[in-house]
Design a protein around this ligand. Structure first.
Ligand SMILES: O=C(O)CCC(=O)C(=O)O
Ligand SMILES: [Fe+2]
Length: 318
């Protein structure tokens, strides 16, 4: 018999470890919003290894839509247990090979289901130890992921904090004239991984021009998505714009477009819209990638950092 894919193996094996661990009791779970933060809630009393009930998954989905970032503390998961938990919330994100993303492999052109995010050479060192500028994962693909999870296995002593930005709050805080001006605009976010393949740019986010003027070459394919994105469960509007990769507004004057985008980007970066997470080993952070951005602070090259990421498939943005 041929061997199973990691996801098939996870679902195949789950009853064995679930049986030993028994079912998660939904009444043991507490969800505590982060005091004074623009987004985020801490989930305690949940063991992601256990089999989960409908009551728990429904509550977590609602909490995710409301708080955008859920932080599960003190988890102990191997890759298959991690995949089995993440899959309660939807299908694993599997981009086609024509759209390179973080972790895309040279042979298949696609990423593994569990992407190591590490600075260890040859073991998932796709992002190294440098700063990562605010971005939404996979925004440059036709069908970006709806959510991602990061699980902390090794944490450096200094740096490496991850910050999340609430782009619903950023949109809400705009003046009415700006809202009316941007509500129906379409934006192309060019794929920084294609740029890295075609140029001498090294890092994945933040080495490109900030705006494409029409006399500049197009690097890779462009997929227009709404600049103001609507959350599918809450109908809240969000400003869906990363802060440093190359973008272009459709049917818009170059100069006016680049100025509008620069103004919106400065607005998103206001401290009022963010939460910075100081990682502890065993943290599992689950975020809504449709209405948030995230960035990472640099950390010393000689200190090891290993997190593992799973992304979940999303719809065409609207
Ligand atoms: O290393 C981090 O904290 C975040 C990396 C990242 O952007 C990602 O995994 O999507
Ligand atoms: Fe990311």
């Amino acid at each position: 018999m041929s061997s199973l894919s990691p996801l098939s193996q996870a679902i195949h094996d789950a009853p064995r470890w679930h049986q030993a661990d028994s079912l998660q009791n939904p009444n043991d779970i507490q969800i505590q919003p982060l005091a004074g933060a623009a987004l985020g809630a801490v989930v305690t009393g949940l063991d992601a290894k256990k089999a989960q009930t409908g009551a728990t998954i429904y509550r977590l989905k609602q909490a995710l839509a409301q708080h955008l970032v859920l932080i599960f503390k003190q988890q102990h998961l191997d890759d298959l247990q991690y995949l089995a938990f993440a899959s309660y919330f939807g299908s694993i994100f599997r981009p086609s090979s024509d759209n390179p993303v973080l972790g895309s492999q040279a042979d298949t052109g696609t990423p593994p289901d569990v992407v190591p995010v590490s600075n260890a050479v040859g073991q998932g060192d796709y992002t190294g130890h440098a700063e990562l500028k605010p971005h939404a994962d996979h925004q440059w693909t036709p069908l970006p992921s709806f959510a991602s999870l990061l699980y902390a296995i090794e944490i450096p002593e200094q740096g490496g904090q991850t910050t999340w930005y609430n782009t619903i709050k950023a949109y809400d805080a705009l003046d009415e004239t700006t809202k009316a001006e941007i509500d129906h605009l379409q934006l192309i976010t060019y794929n920084p991984f294609v740029r890295a393949q075609n140029t001498t740019a090294t890092g994945s986010y933040g080495n490109s021009p900030l705006y494409r003027f029409h006399d500049q070459p197009i690097v890779g394919h462009g997929y227009p998505h709404p600049l103001v994105r609507v959350h599918p469960e809450t109908e809240r509007k969000a400003l869906w714009l990363n802060t440093h990769s190359e973008v272009e507004l459709l049917n818009y004057d170059d100069q006016a477009g680049s100025e509008l985008i620069a103004r919106l980007r400065a607005h998103i970066l206001k401290p009022a819209f963010r939460y910075t997470h100081h990682w502890e080993q065993g943290d599992l952070v689950f975020w809504d990638n449709q209405v948030s951005l995230h960035s990472r602070e640099p950390f010393p090259a000689e200190q090891r950092r290993l997190l593992k990421r799973i992304s979940l498939a999303g719809s065409r943005p609207f």
